[in-house]
Each structure stands twice: as C-alpha cells, then as structure tokens.
Design a protein. Structure first.
Ligand code: MG
Length: 402
C-alpha cells in the first residue's frame, strides 16, 4: 500500500451549542472529522474550508503540521493570521489529526506526544442554552442583570455540582440591559456594578468555598470599570475573571491585571502562537484560554500551552463546540503539562452528546472526559443527529447530500 492521499473535503453546518461547521477530510474510504467554532453562516467559513481543499488534494493527511503551515502561509496575504480563515483552518487541522490517528491506529494524544493524563477535567459554563451568537448577552440567556438571572445561575450551578463538576462559570455582562447606560461605551454604571457583584456573590454563597467559580465579562468594559469590578469581587476568591476589556489591546488587559488580586483569563479571541506571544510578554493573564476550534487547531493549541508553560501560566481552553471539538480539545489537554480545566457549555442541552458515538461510552462522566485508546479522536459522528440539528441558513451543503 502506498501513502494515503487526501481526495476530498466536505462541510456541514449545525447548531450544537452555537453555530458550528463540521469538516470531513477524506483519504480513500476513511475520513477524519473536525469542527470550526464559531461559524455562523454569514462568516463564510464553510466556503473558505471548501476553497482550502485545493491545497490538500493529493497530500498525505499524516503530515498534519506541514499541511497546517501550507494552508496558513498560502493565505498570509488574505487573513491567514486571524479570524475566519484561521477558524476554517482549525476545523480542517482537527479533521487531519482524526484522520492521521485512524490511519495509524493510534489516539490523537499519542501523536501529540502522549498523555500526561487521560481524565480531562471540565468546568460547566452556567450560561448554557445560547444558540445564536448574535443573541448572546442580550439578556435572553443569563436573565436581565439586576432583575432576574441570579437565581437561574444558582440553579444551574447546583445542577452542575450535582452532576459532579467542581468548577463553574457565569456571565455578569448585560450591556443591552437597563442598567448599562450606553451599549457602545464600556463604562459600568454604579447600579450595574452593584448588580454584577451581587450576581457573583449569590453564586459564590450558593456553591460554597470548595467549588471553583469563574466569571466572564466578554471583553465589553473599560479599564477603570474593570479594575473596580475585579477588586470588588476579590472576596469571592474567583478561579478567574475572564476578558474584562476587549481583546485588541493587551496593555489595557495587563493594566487591569496589575491592579487586582483577582486572577485574569483571556485568549478566546486571539489566534495563533504569534498573537499569544505578547499576551505572555506583557504579563496580561494568569490563565490562558485559546479555543482549538478557532485559534489554529490542536497543534497550535499545544504550542500556545507550551508557551504558557514557560511562564508558569495554566492552560484552560475555551470551548463552545459540539462533542467533536470538545473531545479534540481534550486530546490537547491530555498532551500538555499545564492543563487545568476545559470549558463545557451545554449543561442544559440534552441533545449535545448525541452528535457522536464515543469510544468511552458517555462523553462526560462526573465532570470529566476520559480519553480512550481508540484511534483518532476516538469518536464517530452521528450523522442523523447532526442532520436533525442542521443550520439551515446560508445554503451550506450537509456534507455531500446537498
Ligand atoms: Mg468568554
């Protein structure tokens, strides 16, 4: 038998948690599956994936790192540094790892250098149920700040603990709500500040001191408001405060970090090792959270984790993917020393686990994913479940079924 060769790339748009794009890369009669997230049809990521097929046809799918660099460098003049192009490349790269593992009959974590651990710890994002990125943080999901929502967070947090999770995350930003003065201005009003602190306080009080609690601000606020809030929540001993300021200016984030004892986490809106480099150099974070379905893929995620490890910074990836992207992220978490906890964003979505048949049985048990010896990512796509949750907008083919 000669070397395997890539013959075809296919996509399907689904709503798993939010809008995801599934990617199949074929070599002979075997395929690998990957996921691009976020991938709203308007982003055009499916078309970028299909266009990238030209750079893959005839290549050996086991040469994953070479093919990643080929796709990235081919697009260096058209956005190969960040954004939709990198998200498209991430899903393909994930599919290549799955395919490479299947062809060599080894799990992906072995191809990444082997496992420090096979039981991967998750935290439950308690703001589950968000389907549209556009509808995210409009008050529909977390409840209107100051009026409702705190009890919902407490209830979901308790549900997570009952299911075996020992770490949770909640959102405190509601910039379209009645307490925020101006959507385009990142200043937190006094009543808004109090309501945000009250929400964090209510959850901490409800879950007790032994559960780790992270708080997300989605990069919406200015420096003085962020510092004031970060200091106000210091008594709640947060796991981290996530993205207080927008992702473009890492000096501003570093200034927030320097002015509070609350640990800072960021990285879900940063792409590739090159853009993570200044995050570490500027000492802007205590935790780093690349998203492997977006930042470049598994090997890029691993490189970022290795860079963080040199700074003694823990690696805690962002993740809002279906089980495909989530299990793929778990393989990276297995293969790096500084992994701390991986995000899971679907606690109130019973259909989430149905997208795959997992070699380990249940995808999540007691707040963990246990990786197996099965080849590739160790999962099979449940295509009927994916079809049932197909994203109808944008006319994206459901694989080759049209
Ligand atoms: Mg976040």
């Amino acid at each position: 038998m000669g070397s395997p060769k890539i013959i075809h790339v296919e996509t399907a748009a689904i709503r798993a948690v939010g809008p995801s794009l599934l990617v199949k890369v074929w070599a002979g009669d075997e395929y690998g599956i990957g996921e691009c997230y976020p991938s709203a049809p308007a982003s055009g990521i499916h078309q970028i994936v299909l266009n990238l097929e030209d750079q893959l046809i005839g290549e050996d799918p086991r040469d994953v790192e070479k093919l990643y660099e080929k796709m990235r460098r081919w697009n260096i003049f058209t956005g190969g540094q960040a954004g939709a192009v990198l998200t498209a490349i991430s899903g393909i790269e994930m599919a290549l790892w799955d395919l490479a593992g299947k062809l060599q009959n080894v799990p992906v974590y072995r191809l990444l250098g082997g496992a420090f651990r096979k039981k991967i710890r998750l935290y439950a994002d308690c703001n589950a149920g968000t389907v549209d990125a556009a509808a995210h943080h409009t008050g529909e999901d977390g409840g209107i700040l100051g009026e409702e929502g705190d009890e919902q967070y407490v209830a979901v947090a308790k549900e997570a603990i009952a299911r075996g999770f020992d770490a949770i995350k909640l959102d405190v930003d509601d910039v379209t709500g009645p307490l925020h003065r101006d959507f385009f201005n990142g200043a937190i009003s006094p009543r808004e500040h109090d309501a945000m602190v009250a929400r964090a306080a209510a959850v901490r009080k409800a879950v007790g001191d032994e559960i780790e609690v992270a708080v997300d601000m989605h990069g919406r606020f200015d420096v003085p408001s962020s510092i004031r809030f970060a200091r106000a929540v210091e008594p709640f001993n947060l796991l981290w405060l996530e993205e207080p300021t927008p992702p473009e200016n890492l000096d501003a984030l570093a200034e927030v970090r320097r002015n509070t004892n609350t640990p800072i986490c960021a990285g879900e809106n940063i792409y590739t090792r090159f853009d993570f480099k200044p995050l570490f150099e500027k000492r802007a974070v205590d935790y780093v959270m690349p998203d492997v379905a977006k930042c470049g893929g598994l090997s890029e995620g691993k490189r970022i984790a290795n860079m963080a490890e040199m700074e003694y910074i823990p690696f805690s990836p962002h993740n809002v993917s279906s089980p495909i992207g989530t299990i793929a992220a778990a393989h990276v978490c297995a293969a790096v020393s500084n992994f701390t906890v991986l995000e899971w964003h679907a606690i109130d979505m019973p259909h989430w686990a149905e997208f795959v048949r997992y070699s380990g049985g249940e995808v999540i048990t007691d707040g963990h994913i246990e990786l197996t010896e099965a080849p590739g990512l160790g999962l099979e796509l449940n295509e009927e479940a994916a079809l049932e949750h197909r994203h109808e907008k944008g006319g994206i083919p459901f694989f080759d079924r049209a």
